[in-house]
Write a protein that binds this ligand. Structure first.
Ligand code: ATP
Length: 358
């Protein structure tokens, strides 16, 4: 079992007279066997949250439970969690075999023979037997990270805690390792909390993702829930690439009025009249004929062909927006085109607090 319950977790740092709230009243449950990704921009409190769960930082307020046992004040070594770091943190003078067995040697009364057997068993499952005799300096980044993972697995923990474990690898290896890591996690069925600032990594790896900003949880859900039903404007802009477009509009009856166009809704919008922010993802924008209902006039600035699709940067009113259009449209800068925001794809946010209202 490896269910983690985080309740009202707060971490404050006193830094040169300033008080930084790195984690602010976080509530989160990670299910047994789940792969949960903690994602958010730099400084949002991801690493601190992970370090609090591991016991590497002292909690200011709140509770952390592992399988209903309160571990908030337990020493890291008593928590049965294994951490995997960005920089691998392998001992340079030890072989992979020694690195992988070191934790068992220090924390259990297993004999050297038993430790060796366990290391070999895990190495075989991971396909890294050939590395056992090598020292970190003789291995590539990807190999070192495999050994670091192996070292975590050998201990048979209830929870893996991973802090940007792939960020030192080049793009191709990173994407290979993503798949490998997911397969390993499924094979070993260990609850995993994975920290990254990379929304693509979050979207592709997480059973669920928890999105943090400024120490506060913004939303937790499956990647597709967060993509299709972002709870607020922050999540809407953080998840998805290129980012969602936002347009200031005013609701009057069943019409959204923008400075450059009017958008008529087919069914009445049941919130109050007034100012809203309309959101539309680049990939949801369609190219239309000028006489279609709700077609919006746009001026092409730049076309960026990517092969299967192109990013078309357009101006509507005086603002620039992005549309992802299939293929390579033959537009010239300055061309006028008509775009459509399909009604079932538009998002509407409160102007003041950014909360999604539709
Ligand atoms: P990154 O992706 O850049 O690592 P993060 O989301 O992991 O960022 P944290 O490292 O958890 O963010 O930091 C959250 C906030 O807490 C930041 O403002 C950071 O400066 C601050 N902080 C973290 N550790 C300490 C510390 N030991 N002392 C003081 N402030 C700290």
């Amino acid at each position: 079992m490896g269910r983690i319950e985080i309740e009202s977790l707060t971490k404050r740092f006193d830094s040169g007279g300033d008080r930084i709230i790195a984690v602010n009243d976080l509530n989160l449950t990670v299910r047994d066997g789940e792969f949960l990704v903690l994602v958010g921009p730099s400084g949002c409190g991801k690493s601190t949250t992970l370090r609090l769960i591991a016991g590497l930082e002292r909690v200011t307020e709140g509770t952390i439970r592992l399988d209903r046992t309160d571990v908030t004040d337990q020493k890291p070594k008593n928590r049965n969690m294994a951490m995997v770091f960005q920089n691998y943190a392998l001992y340079p003078h030890m072989t992979a075999r020694e690195n992988m067995g070191f934790g068992l040697k220090m924390t259990t009364d297993m004999s050297n023979e038993e430790i060796n057997e366990r290391v070999e068993e895990v190495a075989a499952m991971m396909g890294i037997e050939n590395l056992l005799g090598s020292k970190p300096g003789e291995m590539s980044g990807g190999q070192q990270q495999r050994v670091a993972l192996g070292r975590a697995i050998v201990r048979d923990p209830e929870v893996f805690l991973m802090d940007e474990p792939l960020s030192n690898l080049d793009a191709k290896l990173r994407s290979e390792m993503r798949t490998e890591l997911q397969n390993l996690q499924q094979d070993f069925d260990v609850t995993t909390i994975y920290v990254t600032h990379d929304q693509t990594e979050a979207m592709t790896m997480g059973d669920r993702i928890a999105i943090l900003n400024d120490g506060q949880l913004q939303q937790v859900g499956t990647p597709l829930e967060c993509y299709h039903e972002p709870a607020n404007r922050f999540v809407a802009s953080f998840i998805g690439s290129p980012s969602m477009n936002f347009l200031d509009v005013r609701l009057s009856g069943d019409i959204f009025e923008h400075e450059a166009f009017k958008y008529r809704l087919s069914s009445p919008f049941d919130d109050d009249e007034g100012d809203y922010v309309l959101g539309i993802r680049p990939e949801d924008i369609e190219v239309a004929d000028g006489d279609e209902e709700n077609a919006i006039e746009a001026t092409v600035n730049v076309v960026e062909p990517l092969g299967d699709l192109s990013h078309v940067y357009v101006e509507i009113g005086n603002e620039q927006y992005t549309a992802s259009i299939a293929g390579t449209p033959q537009y010239e800068p300055g061309d006028t085109i008509w775009v459509l925001f399909p009604e079932d794809q538009i998002h509407v946010f409160d102007t003041d607090d950014g909360r999604a209202v539709r």
